[in-house]
Each structure stands twice: as C-alpha cells, then as structure tokens.
Design a binder for this molecule. Structure first.
Ligand code: ZN
Length: 257
C-alpha cells in the first residue's frame, strides 16, 4: 500500500499549500467582486479545528486528498493493473467568463449514465479535471474533462462499447483516450486533481508528447477559484458503483457491488 502522506508531501506539503493559500488571498484581495471577497473571507479564517472547506482552499483540498487517496487505492485493488479513461464532451469546452455558470451537475449526470451503459459491472473512480487550453500565448478555452481509473482489465465487449460511446468527433465526445496504466500513486493523485492549470497545446505536438502545465494568469485564476468555490473537489467526483459520502471532513469510499 502506498504511503500517500510521504508521496503528497513532496509537491503538496502542508507548508506548500499554506503558502499557496496566502498567494490566493493576496490575489483575491484585489478583486472587488462580492463572490471573490466571500472566498477571501473563508480562506482567511481557515485554521486547524475550524477548516473553511472552500473548494478554492489548497489546505482543505490537501486534507481531503490525503484521506481519499489511500481509500481509493484500496477500492481499486492494488494487484491488478488499472485502465485510465479520459474524455471531453464537446459541451465541456467553455469560453472565458462562462466557467462559473457552467452546469457541471448536468455533465456529471450524463457521464455517470455513460459509464453505467458502457460498463455496468465495473468499478471506476475519478473526477472532473478542469484546465485552460492555450496555444502559444493565446488562451483558447476551458476544458472540463472527465478522468477515471477502472479497476482490473476491461473485456473486449466493454472496450468496444466504450470506444463506440466516446468516439472522438461524435456528438458525445470531443476527445477520448483509454489506456492500461500501472497502479501507481501519481495516477490516483491525478484523477483526484484539485488544482486548475493552463495546458499548452501545440499544433505540431506529436502523438506521444504531453502538454506543459503552467500556473494560470491572474485574470483566469480568479475565475478558476470562483468555479472551485461552487464545485469543490468533493462535489465533482466521478464514481461508478462506488460511493464517497458528502462530508468533506470524512470521505468514505465504499464499493457498491
Ligand atoms: Zn481551508
């Protein structure tokens, strides 16, 4: 079993998250909007014994992830390889300024239904991953992607159903990938990713290369925080035949089959 406390400490130690929360507050302090000021106030009073549970708070997100990841590893099983599905429906490409009002509840319902239809008896866990797609220095769109890990191998029949459902270019899917992955902590960490980054997409990028991750420009970071306040990590989990409860203080992942 992975020691997630040591794993997360490398990039997401308490100190790193506390400093990130301070930088977020400095930035939000300059935003005169009421919603931004509301998040600023929540983060300001976040402390041990009285956590704020704002979706924009790096300290609270770390705390939740620490409690969730080892349970997730257990639910998926540590012996079999996992399969990663990653897809973005066309309706989940969102223009600047429209992210906060995006109907994520509806998208989540649709994605859960798609998983139910394509692999009813499987266990899958993950969440919604938001990133800002950029090309060169030009911001393109927010991408609201779904990313899950499936426990064990996938039958040819389920694979065919999945690739049919999520065929890129179809009405339900803009992009889709399915690949077996090693059961390693970074795969789990990624499907429950909290932070929103800018990702560069190069027109000439070869199929095997990965996009670069960059910190968001302040004009986008405020929008990302407002979205996270509305949709904290714990409300944008994508679980299939698994429950997690609603309490950000005490996530309890449980297999339902
Ligand atoms: Zn907090």
């Amino acid at each position: 079993m992975t020691d997630f406390k040591s794993y997360i400490s490398r990039y997401e130690s308490f100190e790193i998250c506390r400093r990130a929360a301070s930088r977020t507050m400095e930035r939000l302090a300059k935003n005169r909007g009421r919603a931004a000021q509301g998040i600023f106030e929540r983060l300001k009073f976040c402390r041990k014994g009285n956590r704020c549970f704002s979706g924009a708070c790096p300290v609270c997100a770390r705390r939740y992830r620490l409690r969730l990841l080892s349970q997730a590893e257990h639910v998926l099983g540590e012996d079999d390889p996992w399969v990663q599905l990653w897809w973005t429906p066309p309706s989940a490409l969102v223009a600047k300024g429209l992210l906060v009002d995006f109907d994520l509840g509806r998208l989540l319902d649709q994605q859960k239904q798609a998983l139910l239809e394509s692999m009813p008896g499987a266990i899958a866990i993950g969440g919604i991953d938001v990133s800002l797609g950029t090309r060169g220095s030009i911001a393109a769109v927010w991408r609201v992607s779904s990313c899950v890990l499936v426990s064990g191998s996938i039958s040819q029949e389920a694979f065919d159903r999945l690739t049919h459902t999520f065929r890129p270019g179809s009405t339900s899917c803009h992009s889709f990938s399915i690949e077996p992955v090693l059961n390693q902590p970074h795969m789990l960490s990624y499907v429950f990713k909290h932070r929103i980054f800018a990702r560069t997409y190069d027109h000439n990028m070869s199929a095997g290369s990965r996009p670069k991750f960059n910190t968001l420009h302040p004009s986008f970071a405020d929008e990302a925080d407002l979205f996270q306040e509305r949709w904290p990590l714990w409300n944008r989990l994508l679980l299939h035949n698994v429950s997690a409860g609603k309490d950000p203080n005490r996530p309890t992942l449980r297999r339902l089959i």
